[in-house]
Write a new protein. Structure first.
Length: 160
């Protein structure tokens, strides 16, 4: 059951990130870079933070060093390949791998360890939190066509 749930979360995460990138790619730079009070000051910086965090968790899960930021590109579409890597990684996990514990370091170089399923749960929740902030920022900027990204919308799209 846990495998099914986390595989669905991985697919949902990629779906939701794609919806925001596709919607926001049509906006000019001055909109993507307009400052709006939030955790990160612009739509672009919020999307790139999601990219960097998802890459960090993918690297940690694979025991690889974590580059921060993931790269120096500022194109918001750059998020999608990183979300796809994370999704593909998770889809390769079975129950046994999800229960394994991984040792890793935080960005401040503090040693940590966690079960794989908890790392993934955090990562997907983190991205969801920031997508919620994107919605608020888009409303503040009076943008239209804000994509629905509720999990239930994704689930309904599967049966449509």
């Amino acid at each position: 059951m846990m495998t099914t749930l986390l595989h669905e979360y991985a697919r949902y995460n990629l779906w939701a990130n794609t919806r925001f990138v596709e919607r926001l790619c049509i906006e000019p730079d001055h909109v993507l870079d307009a400052e709006v009070p939030s955790s990160f000051p612009t739509l672009r910086k919020t999307l790139l933070h999601i990219r960097d965090a998802e890459n960090a968790w993918s690297c940690r899960l694979q025991g690889a060093p974590v580059p921060w930021p993931a790269n120096d590109r500022s194109d918001i579409a750059d998020l999608i390949p990183y979300s796809k890597v994370l999704c593909d990684l998770v889809l390769g996990y079975d129950e046994g791998l999800l229960l394994e514990t991984r040792e890793f370091k935080t960005l401040k170089d503090d040693p940590q360890k966690s079960a794989v399923w908890r790392m993934l749960h955090h990562c997907f929740n983190h991205s969801t939190q920031h997508r919620g902030q994107l919605i608020t920022m888009m409303r503040a900027l009076r943008l239209e066509g804000i994509p629905g990204n509720d999990l239930v919308l994704y689930q309904r799209s599967l049966s449509a």
